[in-house]
Design a protein around this ligand. Sequence first.
Ligand SMILES: Cc1ncc(COP(=O)(O)O)c(C=O)c1O
Length: 409
Amino acid sequence: MAAETSTDALVATGVRTYVPNYAPKPVVFDHGEGARLWDIDGREYIDLGTGISVNSFGHRHPDLIAAVTGQAGRLLHTSNLYYVEPTVRLAEDLVDGTFAERVFFCNSGAEANEAAIKIVRRRAAEAGRGPEEREIITFEGSFHGRTLATVTATAQPKYHEGFEPMPGGFTYCPFNDPEALEAAISDRTCAVMLEPVQGEGGVTPSRQGFLRHVQDLCRRHDALLVLDEIQSGMGRTGKFFAYEWEPGVEPDVVTMAKALAGGLPMGAVLAGARAADALSVGTHGSTFGGNPVSAAAARVAVGLARSDDLLANVVRQGDAFRLFLNRINAELGLFRDVRGKGLMIGAELGEAHEGKAGALVDACQEEGVIVLVAGPSVLRLLPPLNIGDEDVRDATAGMERAFRAFAAS
Ligand SMILES: Cc1ncc(COP(=O)(O)O)c(C=O)c1O
């Protein structure tokens, strides 16, 4: 007998068989097109979540499909024992188009940050610094991944509970507080790592000038500046990298993942002059790193994310979403703050609705709009970067209905 494929049956099977570390919503998506998604019951949604900033160029982008199917028909995998053209070309694109001198490929954001941590420590070791002189400073509210080292870098205790003992050598500072960093950093610090716009922690942009301040302190103490652009990069804020909004910032290491391959798994560490040669043969690796199918997709995605038209659209539609949120908020008073950059947008619920961002997400889904949370009290929008006016109009109309129902409940 064929297995039942109704939503209820699939959800029940998922609930029974998945390790219960996620809490997926009881919806089964079937296909997408641009900014739209359809579930297996034929219901249409507007996708302002993009799989947490992965499907940044919309669903079923023809150039991505062509690159993926073309490469899948030639060669799926070879390992890093050999060269393959899509991966070599992608590395060339990234080195030629950014500050980087070299690139390391992996499969996810956590792996990219894990590799960055190893790079900065190894560089310090090569310079004769002992283990106690390889401290890494990160910031409260950050999110850098779920492996043991990256979750330790994630300065939010709720992610550590029950996983102790945590790896050592991490120090936490308040975000956007130059004096606190100045007090914490020393010659024992080998790197400072931060997101130019904190994502999971609540969509909090770094204040103008903060990145430069961090950079100056890093230079003073021979520490490397590591920017986690996993969520904020690939055009999400209206620049290829979010750090480009602040003049004069020259990172030593930048980590990428999420939208890098437009929907396929891929991570990358971009290493500038001070970091490029820290890893020698045998010091790090990943079987799937630089997979040619992901690399073929990433070449397309990187090209799309560099387009001036696309970046202008990000700024314009980001302003449209923020205008909508501020307008509706002036009437309903749901939010204490609407913030973000480009199409990385957060709206923090006020006191009366604290902790209820999940309920607001459900209300939006009822109205056919997929949105996200960033912590218990922040609604997060990460729409496709090429979203058009009609999709924005329909999405804001759906959200408005949802906000009114939520405010009245
Ligand atoms: C800024 C940032 N860094 C790292 C990660 C971890 O990425 P991944 O889930 O691919 O391991 C995330 C994921 O949300 C992120 O937003």
